[in-house]
Design a protein. Sequence first.
Length: 290
Amino acid sequence: MKKFVVLITIIFAGISFFSCEDLDDKQEEPQLIIKFRFDPNQVRLNNLGQPSSVAPGNAAQSPDINFISAHYFELAPTAFTQLGDGTVLYHAPETTEGGAVAIDFDQAVIVGEGEAFLKIPLSQVAQGNYEYVRVSLSYQDYNISVRNNGVDYDGRLASFVGYNTYINTHSIGSNSFPVNANRLQGYWAFALNDFPYATSGQAPAGATTVPNPIASTSPIPAGSCVVTGKFTENLVINGNESRDVVVTLSLSINNSFEWQEVTADGKYEPSIGENVVDMGLRGLIPSYTK
């Protein structure tokens, strides 16, 4: 009987040992993880990556971001790396359903602050020394304040800042917006939170700010939303990483929702003809942890 007990103990110990080995073998390899952060106090930049104030005759507010999406992500070694010549790690699905090539909104990856937007095995990331990040933003969902007849209301705005987006039907809360067509950069839709009011519109062509501090050496196409940011300390991928590398893209939302004023009171009042002129993010500061 004692020999039997000893034998059973050895067998179970062996099973336990090999099970642990199997679990270790199945552990995920280290990943490159991309997340977003939204900062209303981060410096507000113009298209050339220089500090910028709100244009005369306009007013702006810093929105409260709920969700965001992007359709392109690239690591660039230097300021002379041309768009597309770096390590391109993500390009979202596109479609010609609406005619011209456009981002397929139905397949967009949409996340909130701090959520993983991308997870890529580090073995698939080219080894290198990277100074810049380029990310093409495509969609924002955020809360803003509007005024009507002297009363302020809260509402949500869907902002499509990608170069061109094919949209079937999108929604804000219980409000549906059937589009079934392409919409160029600057299309937006808005709905009040507690009242049955919804509307949509289009910001002027070329009005969306897209900060690119290396525009003189590595320009981006007109109408795109490829925001460029520089690491404080270069990101080095050497192929020997044993832990995840988390890259956080801090986006400036400092007065990023901008409109043309009719009444100069700093309040967005669409009912009197105050029109949206800019919904672009106002800068990118990438950082990482290893």
